[in-house]
Design a protein around this ligand. Structure first.
Ligand code: B3K
Ligand code: ZN
Length: 881
């Protein structure tokens, strides 16, 4: 039976809560199948609420076991309780205390929201609306309360008992095998930041002394035996704490900071006050099991969750529409942290690759939504690349437009004015506007309009007049629910590169506001003139990717090649090569579709050689340049009538041409790290490995007789996971003879290490081989495959759906069917993981007609399934709209 469609929640309908809860005392008596939760709430009528207005609390699947008001049980006619709602008909005058008892079953919680168990450890996930699965509450972010949590459990089952805030008491319960701990969090917080962990865990400990001299105890809790893998996470935490004091003036505020790593988690991590809970993938690292990318991710996620302590926890969101207030800002902050710890340009390139591959397609299809959505049916579906990554880009633009000092003045005012509040994007922008006396009215459109602006630029140089003219226009193509959009404020960082390769000094500029090297586009169309330009420059636009737009600037191949070797902005050097490559890849794709032999552009192939030969360049940067646009990027650039096989063929043709032309250089580069045994995760060492491994994958395509043997040797000689996985990937993805043996060897080495086994599944799931789907299907029967573990399900099914475009998009439709079957299976257990997987269909309309029809049929099958969750129904319906 199809349930009624979930109601639409709208930003415009926001009203403050009729009641407030100032204080929450929680008592948990933990037991795997029947945990009793007693919540004592100090409730107060909000000003403006009519006396006697019913108090309606949220619940989700709850069973009420007891209810008292100011110490007295309530009569049956004074309230109604259903699994998802508790209504007190006529609450007394202010303030009053409500005591609610519920019994919950952590073991039966397969959704991993609320209180559940992961490998025997009790843990919680409450954002966005999980607290209502623990007790009835005003489960909305603008209700801030001071929490005290008492946790009681059997000592043998849970020797470690953790809550939010500071520990205040602990002890044994005499005459029983049970013990307890009490935690108090003095900072008022919304219920989504509540957390509890109880289990038999080991830990590592360290301390951090804050800028005002307070000592903070830091602990990372993990399953026993995993303590040796926590060093990098702890180091990242301490660096984050220091950085936030130095760069944002944010000091930590509790006596303890605890992190717990669990193996069953719906997403990356969660910033609960003083008690961050993490997917263990973002904590555990060891050179034998974690790649350089894992190390970088751990550093970034540890920082991200820690930074939430101010941007999210001390200052939180008034309602879920304001999610980007904490997420966009915190992503911006973690990006800045990583840029300061590593190479800034390389970090920026990585971030923009992610933005373009995840956010741009989202923003161009049926799931497009503004950074601050105006309505939703299921809030969990809005933890998106748009809210996070585009949200961070919007904050970055603010900094670009206001300058470093203006930005700092604005953020300082924000911290000072809104500390302890649940607030909005308007309030955030007002701080910047007041601190810098800037009108941000038009800028605010970035929060309210969906879609990636297309910025088209035409340039003209007049030698006699010594004038350069740029004609710029901006527009957002129509989207479902958004026929037209108004012009945004677009900061375009730029430079004019002279014939000698250096930036020309700027003379007079008319037609646009120019602040230093930033041209501010504000109108739909603008004509900008640069005077006193002695020679025709090569125009470098959108340096550092200064705005999340799609730039359509029709540069000649020669200009792009010149930019690739001379631009003073490393990002645009990389971008120039990407633009050239993407032009060629589009051409090669259409050649293949027309039955012509794909011949790669010789000038581009030569350009790669020049970059490889440049000894000045950072190896990590070179590795990025050598990484061609991905198949999904090419599909996005083509935009319609997409044939994934042709795209794959085109990309291979270009890679092979580059590989053949520079085989000797690739061999030399690949050998550069050979024999290295010492491992350090720092950015420079990681960069050298990235280049060597990229070179190795090219060498494998070069046709050299020795290639296959070299790769097998690299696999067997590898002394760290980065090199091992790189060699394994080449063997498996290129279908080389040694692949099966290497896969067997890897499995034997790592079968007891789940994070390493996730990689084993992922390498196979993403292999672009003709029987890729059949192999993935067979892997679902592997004894180590477990659909109930989100990391494992993602490493096989999600990796297949998003990282294997030719097999997912098979012309027989079997890839779509396989993923649809898995969405349905997952949906019955864990709707959040299922609906996230389902988003892989979002670009289905861009396929050529036959594939599009097959994808649509798979989507329809999902959308019409019985008992589909609200999460998956929402995504399926929006994809089909
Ligand atoms: N705030 C959490 C995400 C919660 C997702 C809920 N579906 C992690 C983060 O962004 O830091
Ligand atoms: Zn976050």
């Amino acid at each position: 039976m199809r349930p009624e469609a979930a109601p639409v929640i709208r930003l415009d309908d926001y009203t403050p809560a009729p009641y407030l809860i100032d204080k929450v005392d929680l008592n948990f008596r933990l037991a795997p199948k029947a945990t009793t939760v007693t919540a004592r709430l100090s409730v107060r009528r909000q000003e403006g609420t009519t006396p006697g207005t019913p108090l309606v609390l949220d619940g989700d699947g709850l069973a009420l076991a007891g209810l008292a008001l100011d110490g007295f049980p309530l009569s049956d006619d004074a309230y109604t309780a259903t699994p998802d709602r508790l209504e007190i008909r006529k609450p007394p005058e202010n303030p009053f205390e409500l005591e609610i008892r519920t019994t919950i079953d952590p073991d039966a919680n397969t959704e991993l929201m609320g209180l559940y168990r992961s490998s025997g450890t009790y843990c919680t996930q409450c954002e966005a609306e999980g607290f209502r699965r623990i007790t009835y509450f005003l489960d909305r972010p603008d209700v801030l309360a001071v929490y005290t949590t008492r946790i009681e459990a059997r000592k043998s089952e849970a020797p470690v008992l953790l809550g939010n805030g500071n520990p205040v008491a602990a002890g044994d319960i005499e005459g029983t095998d049970r013990h307890f701990a009490v935690w108090h969090d003095p900072f008022p917080k919304p219920s989504y930041l509540f957390a509890l962990v109880a289990g038999d865990l080991g830990h590592v400990a360290d301390t951090f002394t804050t800028c005002s001299g307070r000592k903070v105890d830091l602990k990372i809790y993990v399953e026993h035996g995993r303590e040796p893998w926590c060093g990098w996470a702890m180091d990242s935490l301490k660096r984050s704490m220091k950085w936030d004091e130095e760069v944002f003036g944010c000091e930590y505020d509790l006596d303890v900071f605890n992190i717990v790593a669990v193996s069953d988690f719906n997403m990356g991590a969660m910033e609960n006050k003083g008690l961050n809970v993490f997917n263990d993938k973002y904590v555990l690292a060891d050179p034998q099991t974690a790649t350089d990318q894992d190390y970088a991710n751990i550093e970034a996620v540890i920082a991200h969750e820690y930074f939430h302590n101010w941007t999210g926890n001390r200052i939180t969101c008034r309602d879920w529409f304001q999610l980007c207030l904490k997420e966009g800002l915190t992503v911006f902050r973690d990006q800045e942290f990583s840029s300061d710890q590593r190479s800034r340009p390389v970090k920026r390139i990585g971030d923009i690759r992610l933005l373009k591959s995840h956010q741009f397609p989202e923003d161009a299809g049926p799931l497009a939504h503004p950074v601050r959505p105006q309505s939703y049916r299921e809030i969990n579906n809005f933890y998106t690349a748009t809210v996070y990554e585009k949200g961070a880009e919007v904050v970055r633009m603010l900094k670009t437009l206001l300058g470093d000092d203006g930005f700092r003045a604005g953020i300082d005012l924000y911290f000072q004015r809104h500390d302890g509040e649940a607030t909005t994007i308007e309030a955030f922008l007002t701080c910047f506007s007041e601190a810098t006396a800037t009108d941000l009215g038009q800028f605010a459109r970035w929060y309210d309009q969906a879609g990636t602006p297309h910025v088209e630029v035409k340039s003209h140089y007049d030698k006699t007049a010594r004038e350069l003219t740029l004609e710029l226009s901006q527009a957002i193509p129509p989207l479902p629910g958004q026929d037209k959009a108004d012009p945004s404020v677009i900061p375009i960082r730029f430079g004019l590169i002279g014939p000698n390769g250096s930036d020309m000094p700027l003379g007079r500029v008319t037609g646009a506001k120019v602040q230093d090297d930033v041209l501010v586009l504000e109108e739909g169309t603008q004509k900008v003139t640069f005077s006193d330009v002695p020679n025709r420059p090569v125009v470098s636009l959108l340096r550092g990717f200064s705005a999340p737009v799609r730039l359509e600037f029709h540069q000649t191949t020669d200009d792009l090649l010149f930019q690739a070797s001379h631009d003073s902005d490393p990002f645009n050097r990389w971008q120039a090569v990407q633009s050239l490559a993407s032009r060629d890849l589009i051409q090669l794709t259409s050649d293949i579709r027309a039955g012509r032999k794909p011949e790669a552009d010789g000038a581009l192939v030569t350009a790669f050689g020049a970059i490889l030969a440049d000894r000045e360049l950072d190896p990590a940067f070179k590795a990025q340049v050598l990484d061609l646009p991905g198949e999904a990027d090419i599909a996005r650039d083509i935009g319609r009538d997409v044939d994934p096989d042709a795209i794959h063929g085109a990309r291979n043709a270009l890679r092979e041409a580059v590989a053949r032309a520079h085989a000797d250089t690739f061999l030399t580069l690949a050998e550069e790290t050979e024999g290295e045994t010492a491992f350090s995760p720092d950015a420079a060492s990681a960069g050298r490995r990235a280049l060597a491994n990229r070179a190795l994958s090219y060498y494998a395509l070069s046709g050299a007789d020795t290639a296959e043997a070299l790769i097998e040797r690299r696999y067997h000689d590898a002394t760290n996971m980065t090199d091992l996985l790189a060699a394994l990937t080449v063997l498996v993805h290129q279908g080389l003879a040694g692949a099966e043996e290497a896969l067997r060897d890897y499995r034997k080495r790592y079968e007891k290490m789940s994070l390493a086994m996730d990689k084993w599944f992922m390498v196979q799931a993403t292999a672009p081989l003709p029987d890729g789907l059949e192999k993935v299907k067979a892997l679902t029967a592997d004894p180590l495959y477990d659909i109930s573990n989100p990391n494992r399900a993602r490493s096989l099914i999600h990796a297949f759906a998003t990282g294997n475009p030719t097999q997912f998009g098979r012309s027989d439709g079997k890839g779509f069917d396989f993923v649809a079957d898995n969405v349905l299976t997952l949906d019955a257990r864990n709707p959040q993981v299922a609906s996230r997987l389902l988003t892989c269909f979002r670009s289905w309309r861009a396929y050529e007609p036959a594939r599009a029809a097959l994808a649509e049929a798979a989507l329809l099958r999902i959308s019409e399934a019985d008992n589909l969750s609200r999460d998956s129904q929402d995504i399926a319906d929006r994809c089909l709209q």
